[in-house]
Design a protein around this ligand. Structure first.
Ligand code: APR
Length: 227
């Protein structure tokens, strides 16, 4: 079976009603990223950071996977599909995709503030004073700016074995995730779906300059019917 790797970003969930990061003047849900998505922010203002992610969790629980998430599942009829997502939402899971690697963590998990190796399911708010089994404050299981990205090694291994790559809804501005586009073998087809596509210099690139739902449908139709 040929292997397809999908690298997804916030743009794939935009049509579900989740805001992207860089489409709104550098602000993320009215916050500067440095104020809510760094370990320093959590030390300085833990209540603000917890409240921010509690709101994100509620917001994500209230939305549904869109056509782009669902279309990707169809690829599994014919290919081995690995999804590597920068998104903390669970919309790929709820659409039914099987193999999903979250590079930047998951909103429906939490961990101890001093041990990010063990995570626990999280479907309610985390409050200041809520503790993990090790006695330390609980925090969202999110990779913040300045923190290591533990899933990168696995993601690179997956990319090295790709026969095709689909990149969807990511500005490719955040590293190391953005570098994965260079971890795939150099001669494979790369399909890029984005309504404002980032410029990338790789060979074999086919750009679909449109919304994720319509662009992914076209790519999936090509991969299922024409190849
Ligand atoms: N369809 C397709 N693409 C879209 C849509 C849509 N409906 N809406 C927005 N986009 C595109 C934008 O043109 C942009 O290229 O999605 C991309 C979103 O880019 P970012 O907001 O930068 O999101 P992403 O690349 O996922 O960010 C990476 O940055 O803040 C961190 O950890 C966070 O995982 C995130 C990382």
């Amino acid at each position: 079976m040929l292997r397809i790797v999908v690298l997804s970003g916030a743009g794939i969930s935009a049509e579900s009603g989740i805001k992207t990061f860089r489409d709104s003047d550098g602000l993320w849900e009215n916050h500067n990223v440095q104020d809510v998505a760094t370990p320093e922010a959590f030390e300085r203002a833990p209540e603000l950071v917890l409240r921010f992610y509690n709101e994100r969790r509620k917001n994500i629980a209230d939305v549904e996977p869109n056509a782009a998430h669902k279309e990707l599942v169809r690829l599994e009829e014919k290919y081995e599909v690995n999804i590597i997502t920068q998104n903390i939402d669970d919309l790929h899971e709820r659409a039914g995709s099987k193999n999903i690697t979250h590079l930047h963590g998951e909103i429906f998990k939490m961990c101890s503030a001093v041990d990010k190796n063990v995570s626990y399911p999280c479907h309610k708010n985390i409050e200041l004073g809520d503790t993990a089994p090790d006695g330390h404050q609980l925090r969202p299981f999110i990779v913040w700016f300045g923190e290591a990205v533990p899933m990168m090694d696995l993601a690179e291994q997956i990319c090295k074995k790709a026969d095709m790559l689909i990149v969807v809804g990511t500005s490719l501005q955040v590293y190391p995730a953005a570098g994965l586009i260079h971890s795939v073998p150099s001669n494979i087809p790369i399909y890029l779906v984005d309504r404002n596509p980032p410029s990338v210099s790789v060979s074999g690139l086919k750009v679909y300059n449109e919304n994720a739902s319509s662009g992914i449908k076209k790519v999936v139709d090509v991969l299922l019917n024409e190849l």
